[in-house]
Ligand binder design. Sequence first.
Ligand SMILES: O=c1ccn([C@H]2C[C@H](O)[C@@H](CO)O2)c(=O)[nH]1
Length: 152
Amino acid sequence: MTNCEREIFLSPEEMMTMENTNLLLEAIKARAAAYTPYSGFAVGAALLDADGHVHHGCNIENAAYGPTNCAERTALFRAIADGLAPRSFQALAVIGETDEPITPCGVCRQVMLELCRPDMPVILGNMKGDVRETTVAELLPDAFGPSDLQKA
Ligand SMILES: O=c1ccn([C@H]2C[C@H](O)[C@@H](CO)O2)c(=O)[nH]1
């Protein structure tokens, strides 16, 4: 057996790290499309669906500021508009040029809770390579969510 033929076995932790890295790389690709004439702060998001497909999102700013859409919501709304089922997603990665791994705004946290399962992993990164993994529920404790209206 040559070195090339030898199989490489990865531990579950190593597999997880690889999947997170891949999704963050997709978020970096998504970030390239950011429209940020006001803040100059580009953010990218990548949403992994149940079939393994990735949906890109970027922030899209507005002269009136308020209508600005964050990268996270762009990815989620795009996937829902494309017909994917709410709460069917596997993971969301987000990246921006922050000192620590980027942390989503409150509006995006509420939208994540609406459209993702509470235990869905959220992988947060920055352009220096720092990474933090959390979940939708951890990002929005004590939340008012779909179950409170019993329309989930
Ligand atoms: O998690 C975040 C944080 C901020 N932004 C955007 C909103 C705005 O366009 C810019 C500055 O807040 O970054 C995101 O897209 N996602």
